[in-house]
Design a protein around this ligand. Sequence first.
Ligand code: GLP
Length: 261
Amino acid sequence: MEVIILRDANEIGAIGADAIAALLARKPEAVLGLATGSSPLAIYDDLNRRYETGLISFGQARGFTLDEYVGLPADHPQRYRNVIDEVFVSKVDFAAGAVQGPDGLAADIPAACIEYEAAIDNAGGIDLQILGIGTDGHLAFNEPGSSLGSRTRIKTLTRQTRSDNARFFGGDIAAVPTHCLTQGLATIMGARHLILVATGRGKAEAVHQLVEGPISALWPATILQLHPHVTVLLDEAAARRLQRVDYYRETYCSKPEWQGI
Ligand code: GLP
């Protein structure tokens, strides 16, 4: 796991976007894993700018989102499918239908989850997955206690997550759905490269557990310690609880140029 501590969201956005640009340069038909939430926005903003200036194309790429609320109407602005369209997908040149998400309105939810896993497999798996992290260490919507071997399924959101996300629903926790569909932790672990972004002091404890804590379902993101290629992009505030912070800084400063992230 590589931990990179950066000055601000702009630097985080540039490094994340560089990794996606490098991937698309060597594999234009790459499969991207797209996360919602505020953390990845700097990466999407940077990619949108690169697209506008003709530096990058997503014309052959495909995408899969991580998770979705159950039951939000198709036109609800907080439906993750609509959120990712608004902040990224509609601003670049993905082909129609190239980005899919779990169907939170499916009549048969277990079948929809199996189909989603199959769609990811049929696309050849995810090359690069962008991730945020919840204040309680959740990944996608894999709340504490999630099976470390889980696959796409329905989950009940914790009160903490509903309260964290109430800001997107006019501050009203009652308006936040109680259930979601989410890629499982094993689904996420199947991606070939994971880039996790965390900013702000509210994420500091979750980041400490993710990088330095014991692997435990209590902090679901700790499963990433078992993945061979994880990059964690942090600002100073999110890094403030890390015990080995000097080593992470030294490692990044002395990194060979050819290595990339
Ligand atoms: C939600 C999403 C997660 C995201 C988390 C943190 O719960 N399902 O994918 O990582 O929020 O969001 P933010 O980046 O806005 O802090």
